[in-house]
Design a protein around this ligand. Structure first.
Ligand code: GAR
Length: 209
């Protein structure tokens, strides 16, 4: 089986990276995490990468003249690592249009809300403030906008009245840890494509039995 290289960008704790490492890396689907990059040198995600013997690199804004230069350096590193797919797992930087164009429909993001509701930062806080009864998780392709690309998978998480923020965040994280690896697995199997007639719509082919 040929290898499908997945690179992960993460700014923080990296529990979604860990879910990918635990559920997909080196398993029978041929998926290999080939690199982890971060804008934050202290990100726990980098420790998780090293723990799994996955190459890790940091690209802090302060070490590059501007975002375009930082993203170009990061893109070169990711390509050199053999990334077929780039997964944003808590990567809190907006990518430059050049970066997005270079990996068109090969970058996905996990977002802690049912897009297009509650895009941007603190989606969980936005949902609580809005008083919604249902929120959830979205995995989508990344385009030039903020959390605006074509939707691949979504899963609902109920917001019970009186549920506190920590409890809701835990439920969303558990959902992410299932949904993101599921999306990566489907993409690696070649089952996911963006509709050529309507670029907002993603088609998922059934798994062959
Ligand atoms: C996740 O909840 C992810 O959905 C969110 O950051 C968290 C990262 O957790 N991403 C965004 O809000 C992006 N808009 P992790 O570092 O433990 O994987």
């Amino acid at each position: 089986m040929s290898r499908f290289g997945v690179a992960v960008l993460a700014s923080g704790t990296g529990t979604n990276l860990q879910a990918i490492l635990d559920q997909l890396h080196g398993q029978e689907e041929g998926v290999a995490v080939v690199g982890v990059a971060s804008d934050k040198p202290g990100a726990e995600a980098l420790e998780r990468a090293r723990g799994a013997q996955v190459p890790a690199a940091t690209f802090p804004a302060s070490e590059h003249p501007d975002r375009e230069a930082r993203d170009a350096a990061m893109a070169d590193w990711l390509e050199g690592a053999g990334a077929d797919l780039i997964v944003l797992a808590g990567y809190m930087q907006l990518l430059s249009p050049e970066f997005v164009g270079r990996f068109r429909n090969r970058i996905i993001n996990v977002h802690p809300a049912l897009l297009p509701s509650f895009a941007g930062i603190d989606a969980v806080g936005q949902a609580i403030e809005h008083g919604v009864r249902v929120t959830g998780v979205t995995v989508h392709f990344v385009d030039e906008g903020v959390d605006s690309g074509p939707i691949i998978l979504q899963r609902a998480v109920p917001v019970r009245p009186g549920r506190d923020r920590d409890e809701l965040e835990d439920a969303i994280h558990r959902t992410e840890h299932a949904l993101l690896p599921e999306a990566v697995r489907m993409i690696a199997a070649g089952r996911v494509s963006v509709d050529s007639a309507n670029g907002r719509v993603v088609t998922i082919r059934q798994q062959r039995t």
